[in-house]
Write a new protein. Structure first.
Length: 213
């Protein structure tokens, strides 16, 4: 029978191996040491003022915000399976972590075991407070923009949020904000969090119409 000391050493060793494996897959292969590319700008809310019909303007605003929602920085945390995605190509996460009951992993493989509260660029490890996956009901991987729109405004799937709460979530959530400061070797989402949340707010206030298929 192994001694308690031996068991502790094995457990620590396994944890170190998991951490090293996570580091090996955290940054994009061949990514620039200075960081990803500069994000393209988002259109301003005012630029949609020439669309007189409210529902058409609302759908167009969401389509512009969709450039962020369908970007890898967002989709990678909204996978259709219980395994996160990584990188610009959305490959399956290594090590083989799982969503878990609360979206933050399972016992001995919690997201926080490797992902700190801020990016650790020295080793290419992304991080943000409360690093976790979105609920399975909010899976965006492979979804059309219309499907994502319907998910976002449905309290039964979005965590019980009404539209005002959705806007506030997009405006102030730290993990949402990470998409524009993802650390070395990762392309940030288009625009800025402020520009994105302004589009979402204008969409909500103009009727929260969803784009066509």
């Amino acid at each position: 029978m192994r001694s308690p000391v031996r068991r502790r050493r094995v457990a620590v060793g396994a944890g170190v191996l998991s951490f090293v494996a996570a580091l090996a897959f955290s940054a994009e292969p061949g990514a620039s040491e200075a960081g990803g590319q500069s994000p393209p700008a988002l259109r301003t809310v005012a630029s949609f003022g020439d669309i007189s019909e409210s529902s058409r303007r609302s759908a167009a605003l969401f389509a512009e915000a969709g450039k962020v929602l369908r970007h890898p920085r967002c989709v990678n945390c909204h996978p259709v399976s219980d395994r996160p995605l990584q990188g610009e190509a959305g490959r399956r996460h290594e090590p083989r972590v799982r969503r878990g009951r609360s979206g933050d992993g399972v016992a001995a493989m919690r997201c926080s075991a490797c992902h700190p509260a801020a990016n650790y660029d020295a080793v290419g490890m992304p991080g943000s407070p409360h690093w976790h996956l979105a609920p399975a009901s909010m899976a965006w991987e492979g979804q059309s923009l219309r499907q994502i729109c319907e998910q976002i405004k449905d309290p039964a799937r979005n965590g019980g949020r009404k539209l005002d709460a959705v806007v506030e979530h997009m405006r102030s959530d730290a993990l949402v904000g990470w998409a524009w400061a993802p650390g070395v070797g990762r392309d940030p989402a288009p625009g800025t969090q402020a520009a994105f949340s302004a589009l979402i707010e204008a969409w909500a206030r103009s009727g929260a119409a969803c784009p066509g298929p």
